[in-house]
Design a protein around this ligand. Structure first.
Ligand code: SF4
Length: 685
């Protein structure tokens, strides 16, 4: 008999849509958006509505395997779980004995966003004092910038945009990466005649839907923000009462902006002076300006500073206090989930090193500073991520995973490129085959994702593997015997969010804070309750804080020069989600192939034609790709959409080979949209 059950989309997307899934106990069928959820409103993206294709895909891994070919070759033979677990435990025990526990690095990310199946690997890590993971690949850059000014990871309810006069999507493409937000934008335009403005380096699917698209040079948002604020101060359009009551250092900001001009801003960011003037003038006319901040514009070496600069705009006009006003980046701070049980926080040893996830290339190649001058990583256990494709500086990552002395265990749903380097490859369940709970960065719901169908083949959930490995390696802790449902139930209760029985009935909880809290009427998140125009970026580093003490354009990026005259943006593809969905034919057919978007005048200069195979590169690597003529972009800027697996590229090397794995200020991160490249026509000899 077929049933319809409610679940949550597990993917790394701020929408975390509430789903209605048709299923029996063996198969899933239709997947739709839940209409009762006030954020999802029945809308989901096309790729997830095709989820049956992903779950019941013939390419799913269904048995444990051991590698029989060379690393990377993809040759494996089936083995039993018993044999696989024995090989893993024997290897880990030998490595721990010889090199110490910090030579083992459990590595994970957001292949599923469920708290149990994603973060449980930390429980295993902390039990055995394995190396920690500093998770920088996604939100470190934007978060550092947001927290610098606002001081709390929350903001006005995104559902409020229906009351906004102006909605600005700054550096994000929700029509492709967070489609539910667009439903709220549509309602605001229909019901409130709201103006929708998109600020983005290229004409994305979202920009095509906008009333105004501001095309900006990548990594220059701080200059645009300063240009706007300069206009607001100059024309006396700032809310001095708000500034006085709620902010710190606004006089300093005013003085600082006197030294700036729209001519300067225009020169830096590539947006015409008249356009900056028009945008600032629109913003000056209403306080119901809602700035939805994307992650994209922060994936730069100066990304955190740019995020901070943009959050200063709603503060200057006092937009935060209005319904439909303010800015929103992420709601991670509203849930207060107690993860003690899931992550084993009560026995975490804080003296253990934390290795930077985005620097996996240098780390696996023995870079001393990336390893914090400690021992080499000798074993890596991977869940929920595909670093060979998604991490920066691919050549270093490949070299690292090719090391004969590195023991690699990968727990995966598909034969990813990382999986091909595994010594032991284990089959993982998909979200409909296990239990979990999900919170959302983009809205305010906690949602239950119950197990709906039997595990396919011999697949194990991440939770089951973590518990089994921990027991076999000698842990006697009770937490490693808890079932998924037990750990969810206890976590809800520890977090004062009821229990599993109630959540099963309710399906999701709306945890939106009250208006005064989310709009910071009771004060911003810092101790002094004020918005900080002049942030403390680093505790105990006065010189650093002084250097970056006010919103500005900080020239830290990989600039173009005569050898590498183009900026490269590696934006998300409409039909993929990071490297997920590159395994489904429907998504790859729709995306066609890796292509680089180049402005027609740049193509003309280079004597390149549409669909021609060209070579692009920089000091890190070079690769071949098809050119795509595209006039929705500034001269000198190029875009490659999608984290295509390396094997889809003509020479088998993908776009992240051109991205640096250096550590940006002030807190680290991955600078995916901050590379300078050359482009060459391939000469036929
Ligand atoms: S929009 Fe995002 S959260 Fe919603 S179904 Fe698609 S990938 Fe999942």
């Amino acid at each position: 008999m077929r049933l319809i059950s409610t679940s949550a989309c597990p993917h790394d997307c701020p929408s975390t849509c509430v789903l209605d899934i048709e299923h029996d106990n063996k198969n899933i069928y239709k997947v739709k958006g839940n209409k009762d959820n006030s954020y999802t409103k029945g809308v989901i993206c096309a790729k997830v509505s095709r989820y049956r294709e992903r779950t019941h895909n013939l390419k799913r891994l269904l048995s444990p395997m051991k590698r029989v070919g060379e690393k990377g070759e993809g040759k494996f033979e089936k083995i039993s779980w018993e044999e696989a677990l024995k090989i893993i435990c024997d290897n880990l025990q030998n490595i721990i004995k010889k090199y110490g526990p910090e030579s083992v690095w459990p590595y994970f990310y957001a292949g599923t966003m469920g708290l149990v199946q994603r973060d449980g690997i930390n429980r295993f890590r902390h039990e055995f004092n394995f190396s920690g993971q500093y998770s920088t690949i996604c939100n470190t850059l934007p978060q550092a910038g947001w927290m610098a000014g606002v001081g709390a990871l929350m903001g006005p309810d995104p559902r409020e945009v229906v009351n906004s006069d102006i909605i600005i999507m700054w550096g994000g493409n929700p029509a492709s990466t967070q489609v539910t937000f667009m439903k709220h934008v549509q309602n605001a335009r229909k019901n409130n005649n709201a103006l929708f403005i998109v600020i983005d380096p290229y004409l994305t699917k979202t920009a095509k839907l906008a009333d105004i698209h501001i095309k900006i040079r990548p990594g220059t948002d701080g200059a645009l923000a300063c240009g706007i604020m300069q206009y607001l101060f100059d024309n006396n359009k700032v809310d001095y009462n708000f500034l006085h009551q709620y902010s710190k250092d606004y006089e300093k900001l005013k003085k600082h902006l006197l030294k700036k001009s729209q001519t300067w801003a225009s020169k830096v960011c590539g947006v015409k002076k008249e356009e900056i003037h028009k945008l600032a003038n629109l913003i000056s006319k209403t306080k119901k300006v809602f700035i939805r901040l994307g992650y994209g514009f922060t994936r730069q070496r100066n990304g955190s500073f740019n995020m901070h600069a943009v959050t200063c705009i709603p503060t200057v006009i006092g937009a935060w206090k209005e319904l439909g006003g303010g800015a929103f980046y992420n709601n991670g701070g509203i849930y207060n989930i107690d993860k003690t049980l899931i992550e084993g926080l009560n026995y975490k040893n804080s003296t253990i090193r934390e290795l930077d996830q985005s620097r996996i290339g240098p780390i696996l190649n023995g870079d001393k500073s990336a390893l914090q001058n400690k021992q080499l990583v000798k074993a890596i256990i991977i869940q929920n991520t595909n670093p060979l494709v998604v991490a920066p500086e691919t050549l270093k990552v490949i070299k690292g995973f090719s090391r004969a002395d590195l023991f690699t265990c990968v727990h995966e749903q598909f034969m990813t490129e990382t999986a091909k380097y595994a010594d032991i490859l284990l089959p993982a369940t998909s979200f409909v085959e296990h239990n979990d709970i999900y919170v959302s960065g983009g809205h305010q719901h906690l949602t239950l994702g119950p197990k709906l169908i039997n595990e396919l083949g011999d697949c194990w959930s991440n939770h089951k593997l973590i518990n089994e490995l921990s027991r076999r390696l000698g842990s006697k802790r009770k937490v490693f015997s808890y079932s998924e449902e037990q750990i969810i139930d206890k976590t809800l209760s520890l977090s004062n969010l009821g229990n599993l029985k109630d959540l099963k009935k309710k399906k999701f909880l709306d945890l939106q804070p009250k208006f005064n809290k989310s709009h910071f009427i009771d004060g911003f998140g810092h101790k002094d309750k004020r918005f900080h125009f002049s942030p403390i970026w680093k505790k105990n580093d006065k010189a650093f804080n002084l250097k970056f003490n006010l919103p500005d354009h900080y020239d830290l990026n990989e600039n173009v020069n005569k050898n590498t005259p183009f900026k490269l943006v590696t934006a998300p593809a409409h039909n993929f989600l990071n490297s997920s969905f590159t395994e489904t034919d429907a998504s790859t057919n729709l995306e066609v192939k890796p292509r680089i978007k180049i402005h027609p005048s740049d193509m003309k200069k280079l004597n390149i034609f549409d669909n021609e195979i060209i070579e692009i590169g920089n000091h890190r690597a070079k690769l071949k790709i098809h050119a795509q003529e595209f006039n929705g972009i500034l001269n000198g800027v190029t875009v490659v959409e999608g984290i295509w697996p390396n094997e889809y590229f003509i020479d088998g090397l993908g776009i992240n080979a051109l991205i640096g794995s250096d550590r940006p200020e002030p807190a680290g991160g991955a600078v995916f949209h901050d590379s300078a490249i050359w482009i060459k026509k391939i000469k036929i000899s």
